[in-house]
Design a protein around this ligand. Sequence first.
Ligand SMILES: [Zn+2]
Length: 264
Amino acid sequence: MQDFETTAIHIIPSYALHLSTVFTETGVDPRRDTKLKIAFLGAEPHSENMRRKIEAFYGFKGFNSYGLSEMNGPGMAFECPEQNGMHIWEDNYIIEIIDPVTLQRVPEGEEGELIATTILREGMPILRYRTKDLTRIIPGPCPCGRTHRRIERITGRTDDMMILKGVNIFPIQIEKRLMEIPGVGINFLIVLDRENYNDQMTVKVEVQREFFGGDLHQLEVLRRRIVDELRSDILITPKVDLVEPDSLPKSEGKAVRVVDNRKD
Ligand SMILES: [Zn+2]
C-alpha cells in the first residue's frame, strides 16, 4: 500500500481487522503512513459497529459491497455515500427476496433469502439462483437520488444459522452485541458443545490490550456484562471466556466464527 500509494481497497472486514494488528505490530499508522481514503467491505456478514471500528482505525470511509462468485464476484450491489443499504445493479440483475421455507416472495421490506437472475450474461446466464444470503429490500427512495433499490447489509446465511436448545441464532447477532461493549477487542469465536445431551455455547472474546492488563475485578465485570447482554438477545445463557488480544485463530479468508463440536 505504501509502495503503490494505494487510495482504495476492497477487503473482507475480518481481514481488515486482522491487518490492523499487523499495522500496529509493525508501527505503521494507516492514517499517517498511507494514502488510504476509501474501502469497500464485503463477502461476510459484519455489524455496523465493526464497520465503524475499521473506519476509525484506518481513517477511511468503508462502504459495504455485495456479490458472489457465481454471479460476478463482488459487483452486484454497493453502498452510496449515504452508507445506508447497498444499491443493487438492477440493470444487470433481477433480485427477489423469498421465504427460504415456503419459497414464496415476501412483502417488500421483510427479510428473506436473496434470489438473483442475471440479465446481460450470455455465456452462462443464471436464473433465480438461491444465494442462501439473508437480507431485505429497504423500502423507499434513497436520499442520494439513485433509483436502483437497496438491500440491507447481509444478516447471515440460511446455512450458518445455529440451533441451540431449539432457539435459532445467527453469529451476526453475537457480533453485533459484542461490538457495542467497550473493552471488547476485534475477534471472537463461538464454540458449541454437547454435554449429557445438553447444548452448551461458549463465546471466546478477545479483550482490548489495555483492559487485559487491568485488574481482575474489572475483567469479571466485563465478562458478566457480556453474558447478560448476550442472554437478553439470544435467550440462552452462554459461557463467556475472555482471552488475550490476538490469541484466537485468524483466517486469511472469510472469518470462521463457529466451531460446532456437537455430535448427533
Ligand atoms: Zn443511495
